[in-house]
Design a binder for this molecule. Sequence first.
Ligand code: NAD
Length: 338
Amino acid sequence: MIRVGINGYGTIGKRVADAVRAQPDMTVHGVAKRSPDYVAVGAAEAEYPVYAADEDRTDGFREIGIDLAGMVDDLVAESDVIVDATPSGIGAQNRPLYERHETPALFQGGEDATVAEVSFNARANYDEAEDADYVRVVSCNTTGLSRFLAPLYENYGIEKARVTLVRRGGDPNQTGRGPINDAVPDPVSIPSHHGPDVQTVFPELDIDTIGLKVPTTMMHLHTVNVTLENAPEDIAAVREQLQDEDRLLTIPEYAGIDGAGTLKDFALDAGRPRGDIWENCIWEESLTLEGNDLYCMQAIHQESDVVPENVDAIRALTGHLPGPESRALTNETLGIDS
Ligand code: NAD
């Protein structure tokens, strides 16, 4: 059993904890949290041992009836692997703590790529994490793009990829984010930082990206144009290729799923935890081939697509299972693609 400690129990951390708990070969040793709030109460109710991240706030946990299992230092010492899911930039500050205890760690996509030896996507470069002690699971957008581009790269070669990312303004619990009534170039400079982030997974890939933010909390939406080196005659071949991939869902026309709202409704109807959608959602009708140019639109659920990737990264880092077996086990235990 791999003992996993989760440092930072927010949007990503709580989902990763539940996903780890669902695995037969790992256990949640505990979760470290900074604020004694409703999420901390949820962790205690889920019977995760709670560790405090901040000495000054330990009394706050006791006041709301949470018996602390220790401090974050104890969690790091007692765990085989740490998943750092603290806010962007805090992960890099935490790395010396993990080094001091010689505990391998995963970081998230909000950190610079320099925080770890490898920027990880389970479909694209699982094996590269096998000899690493520190791995960064790339961001929600980079995860979605890596999954989509990997099979195209392998089967047809990619001359150039061009992507526009229509990004959600914030997560549902981020009450202060926006815009609330606007469409904002973000970043206004072109290309955006997303392309270089994809290149941390595919160093040779030629990719340009443009980003903007819109008033929704549901999902990101990507419009993708990939110029293939050796395009097939017919889009049907690409469609079948993508449908054979795990973690890529193609949305058929008959489903009547016309946007992120209906996708989320579908996920809630299907009883998915928190309405999560771990897979890329590709509109089948949007898959189009014009000569060598492939086009499509896909939606990415920012709060959850990186969750199975974290589970696989734990196995890659600990040398526990080969990539295809890990992905299959993660998919089966979480109910992905079903
Ligand atoms: P979040 O703010 O929802 O959660 C972070 C948690 O860490 C909070 O519970 C906070 O109280 C806690 N925390 C703050 N400082 C801490 C510290 N010093 N020690 C321990 N815990 C501390 O953030 P999030 O959205 O879960 O993002 C976490 C990471 O995941 C970031 O790198 C982010 O870029 C990345 N990410 C986020 C999303 C998303 O859409 N939310 C998607 C993919 C990747």
